[in-house]
Design a protein around this ligand. Structure first.
Ligand code: MBD
Ligand code: FE
Length: 283
C-alpha cells in the first residue's frame, strides 16, 4: 500500500470524527433513562448471547478489545457506524414516506457548500479527470406538484474515489455544491461521474474487512440532500446501473428506486441522467 493511500485514510478518519463533533447532531439527544436502559441492555444481551452461543474464547475477547480500541485511535467510529449500522436507522426514519425514502448520509457530508442557481456546474479542478455527467430532474411533492425554491446539495467522490476535505490535496469544495432549482423545481447540474469507492482499508475497519474475508467496496454513488419549504429533507444516494458493487455494497445502502438511467449526453460529451425527486410534506 502506498504512503499516499495511508495518509489519505488516516486523514479521512480524523476529518470525519471532527466533522461529526462539530455537526450539532448530538445536541438533540435526550437522556431518557428508560430508553437508555432498554437499548443498552438489549445491545449487551445480544453480545453476551453471541459469546455463549459461539463459545467465544479469551483470545477472541482480547482481539475484540484491541480492535475496538483501534477503531477509536484511527478515528473510524463514524466510518464503522455509517457503513454497518446507519442503513437500518435510515430505514426506520423514512419508512413512513410516500415519496423518496432515501439512503444513508455517510461520513463525508459537509454543510454549506457554495451555492449556485441551476443550471450550474459543480466546483471542480480545471483538469478534473472522468466522464462529464449532466444530472438533471425535478423536485416534486408526493402529489406530483412542482416544488419551487427546492434546494439540492450534491457531494461525491472524484474519479479516483476521493472526497474533498477528507483526502489531502483536493480543493476544499471540489465536487461539492448547493444548487437552487427553478420555480418549477427543475434542476440541471454539470459534474463528473464518480468512481466506485473503496472505504479506507489500512485502519481498523479495513483490518476487520480483511480478517473476515470481506471486500471494502461501495458502488459509485452521488450523495444528495434535497429540500423544499414545508417538506421533509431527503438524504439520498443515487447509483449507476451495471456497477459490479450495486449488489454487494459494503454499506448496504443501495435500493432499486435509487438507480439512475444513464444515457449518452445530448451534447455528445459524456453522459446524462434524469432523476425526479418526490418529497413528503412535513409532518
Ligand atoms: C462513503 O463514501 C460512504 O458513502 C459511506 C456510506 C461510507 C464510507 C464512505
Ligand atoms: Fe460516499
Amino acid at each position: 500500500m502506498s504512503t499516499e493511500t495511508e495518509a489519505s485514510a488516516a486523514a479521512s478518519g480524523n476529518a470525519a470524527t471532527d466533522r461529526f463533533r462539530s455537526s450539532g447532531k448530538t445536541s438533540a439527544i435526550a437522556a431518557d433513562v428508560e430508553r437508555v436502559n432498554l437499548l443498552a441492555s438489549k445491545l449487551i444481551k445480544a453480545a453476551n448471547d453471541i459469546v455463549l452461543e459461539e463459545r467465544v474464547s479469551y483470545d477472541e475477547f482480547n482481539a475484540l478489545k484491541a480492535w475496538l480500541i483501534k477503531v477509536g485511535e484511527d478515528g473510524e467510529w463514524p466510518l464503522f457506524l455509517d457503513v454497518w449500522l446507519e442503513h437500518s436507522v435510515e430505514d426506520v426514519a423514512t419508512d413512513h414516506r410516500e415519496g423518496n425514502k432515501g439512503s444513508i448520509e455517510g461520513p463525508y457530508y459537509v454543510p454549506e457548500a457554495p451555492q449556485q442557481n441551476s443550471p450550474a456546474s459543480i466546483e471542480m479542478r480545471e483538469d478534473e479527470p472522468g466522464t462529464p455527467l449532466l444530472f438533471q430532474g425535478q423536485v416534486k411533492s408526493v402529489a406530483g406538484a412542482p416544488l419551487s425554491n427546492a434546494k439540492i446539495e450534491l457531494w461525491h467522490a472524484d474519479e479516483l474515489g476521493f472526497y474533498s476535505q477528507f483526502a489531502p490535496g483536493i480543493p476544499e469544495w471540489n465536487l461539492r455544491g448547493t444548487f437552487i432549482a427553478d420555480a418549477e423545481g427543475n434542476f440541471e447540474i454539470r459534474t463528473m461521474q464518480p468512481a466506485p469507492y473503496q472505504i479506507p482499508t489500512e485502519g481498523a475497519c479495513g483490518q476487520l474487512i480483511e480478517a473476515a474475508g470481506w471486500h471494502a467496496w461501495r458502488p459509485a454513488h452521488l450523495h444528495l440532500k434535497v429540500s423544499a419549504p414545508g417538506h421533509e429533507l431527503l438524504t439520498a444516494q443515487l447509483y449507476f446501473p451495471g456497477d459490479v458493487h450495486n449488489d454487494d455494497d459494503i454499506a448496504t445502502a443501495v435500493k432499486p428506486e435509487l438507480m439512475l438511467d444513464i444515457q449518452p449526453a445530448g451534447s455528445g460529451k459524456g453522459v446524462q441522467a434524469t432523476y425526479d425527486f418526490r418529497l413528503d410534506p412535513q409532518a
